[in-house]
Design a binder for this molecule. Structure first.
Ligand code: PRP
Ligand code: URA
Length: 209
């Protein structure tokens, strides 16, 4: 079974509190999500393999380490996942970015796919699927299924906030995939919103309602 990692670095937790606060306006919300995404990228890449190389410093030659292994791909789930891409690319600038467009039908809460555009070599990349909210889990599960159907083999899921219901559903459908979150909240409300959550991530990022 994939693991659930709660990234509880104090800076992540501090910034998440202001992200949650309803008084935080669009500009600050966007900036905070960007910063937290960068900090989460730092944590999620801890297991990247290294290889030894030899370089010359101005003083002498030395053996030193650089990242080895698979290249990274970032796959934000549109729209709200877009808000986390730039922060992650600050730390992983060579990552290619694919997009999966899904929206949650407000009546059924089922995800509806409307767009998929991916790097051609996704089967060779370590993919990080990004969405701020793991609520019912339907969108993230559908995005990962869409990626698997197109050849993706190595994936991690990264979200700001997850509901226990979303984690359970995602793990039922994709039991091998690790999930990285900044917080696991209490529950879903009757409309499928995470409680206490942060409201509608897409609307808060893009100033819509
Ligand atoms: C939100 C969020 C997730 C989804 C989570 O997207 O960004 O993609 O809901 O809910 P789930 O786990 O119950 O599927 P939304 O459908 O509001 O679309 P948007 O990002 O375009 O605003
Ligand atoms: N999507 C959101 O943006 N927020 C939630 O709480 C649930 C789904």
């Amino acid at each position: 079974m994939g693991k659930v990692y709660v990234l509880d670095h104090p800076l992540i937790q501090h910034k998440l509190s202001y992200i949650r606060d309803k008084r935080t306006g669009t500009k600050e919300f966007r900036e905070l999500v960007d910063e937290v995404a960068m900090l989460m990228a730092y944590e999620i890449t801890r297991d990247m393999p290294l290889k030894e190389i030899e370089i010359e410093t101005p003083v002498t030659t030395c053996k030193t380490k650089v990242i080895a292994g698979k290249k990274v791909g970032l796959v934000p789930i549109l729209r709200a996942g877009l808000g986390m891409v730039d922060g992650m690319r600050k730390l992983i600038p060579a990552a290619k970015v694919g997009h999966v467009g899904l929206y949650r039908d407000p009546e059924t809460l089922e995800p509806v796919e409307y767009y998929v555009k991916l790097p051609t070599d996704i089967n060779e990349r370590e993919l990080i699927v990004i969405d701020p909210m793991l609520a019912t889990g339907g969108s993230a599960a559908a995005a990962v299924t869409a990626l698997k159907n197109r050849g993706a083999q190595n994936m991690k899921l990264m979200c700001l906030i997850a509901a226990p219901e979303g984690i359970e559903k995602f793990q039922q459908i994709h039991p091998e995939i690790d999930i990285y979150v900044a917080a696991v909240d209490e529950k879903l409300d009757d409309h499928g919103y995470i409680v206490p959550g942060l409201g509608d991530a897409g609307d808060r990022l893009f100033g819509t309602k």
